[in-house]
Structures are given as C-alpha cells and as structure tokens.
Design a protein around this ligand. Structure first.
Ligand code: FES
Length: 163
C-alpha cells in the first residue's frame, strides 16, 4: 500500500480514538479512499491487517456503503444529486441523460475511463436544483438539455472546463 505519509499518520491517530481497533474500519476506509481515489482489494487487505480483522469484514463495509468506490474514478467525476429537492426538480432525468451520453451507468466508470458518474446525496445547493457537480465545479438548474451541453463540453477536451 502506497499511502501518503500524512494519511498514514492520520490512520494511526484515528485508531487511538477507538477503544476497540475494529471500530476504526469506516474512518480508515474514508482516509484510504481520500488518498487513493478508491478502495482497492489491496487496500481492503491492508486495512484488515491493520485492524486485526478478516478482509471479508472490511469488504462487507465497502460493498454495503455506497460512498466507497472499488474502481478508480474516471478523468472527470460527475455527481448528480438525488436528494428530494433535486429529485423533484428532475435530477433522475438528468442522471439518465448523462448515463446515456457516456454509455456509463451511475456508480461506474465509462469503459474509456473518461468519466465516473455517481448519483449522490445532497450537494448542499437544494434551492437551485437539479444540481450536478463535475470535479469541483457546481452546475445548477441542470435540465436534460443542459446535461447534454455539459456532456458535449466534457467530450471536447479542447473546450476546457466550463462554468
Ligand atoms: S437536494 Fe440536491 S443539493 Fe440538496
């Protein structure tokens, strides 16, 4: 496992916060994903070793909680809010359109590695939904037409990142 020194330091510190080592599994998974972008089988083994668990115990957490990714993210990371305000404003249709545009299901990375699409919980801009986050950029009031336009921009790397 090639974790950054600061991640290793945080991991060792987090473990001390728990009377029982195994309780640190979720925070460790978050830290490893933050460091590596996803949780690989090697990471699962490593965390299990660190916490004196069986790898299957850690693997179960990774598959149970939707925020953990087992595959590396694509070159662009698209998150569509699925929480109530955005859902009522049409985020399901927006997400469906993005999945069509990139031939990539939500929760997965496109075969060419161009994008990862995730249908996520509230992105904290509920009044301006549907909201789509592309990497660090928030896009508001995204309807199907705007989703198509955003997809077109992503497909043309020369156009760069658009607001
Ligand atoms: S409900 Fe979509 S940003 Fe909060």
């Amino acid at each position: 496992m090639n974790l950054k020194p600061e991640t290793l330091q945080k991991i060792d510190e987090v473990i001390t916060h728990y009377p029982v080592k195994r309780s640190a599994a979720l925070p460790l998974l978050h830290l490893v994903q933050e460091d590596q972008g996803h949780v690989s089988p090697a990471a699962i083994e490593w965390i299990a070793g660190k916490l004196e668990l069986q790898p299957i115990n850690v693997y179960e957490l990774v598959t149970f909680y939707p925020m953990f990714r087992q595959q590396p993210v694509g070159r662009r990371h698209i998150k569509v809010c699925r929480t109530l305000s955005c859902a009522l404003a049409g985020s399901h249709q927006v997400c469906a359109e993005l999945q069509r545009q990139f031939d990539c299901r939500a929760g997965e990375t496109a075969a060419d590695g161009a994008v990862t699409i995730e249908f996520v919980e509230c992105l904290a801009s509920c009044g301006t939904g549907p909201v789509v986050m592309i990497d660090e950029e928030l896009h508001e009031q995204v309807d199907v037409a705007k989703a198509r336009a955003l997809a077109a921009q992503i497909k043309q790397p020369a156009a760069g990142r658009q607001p």
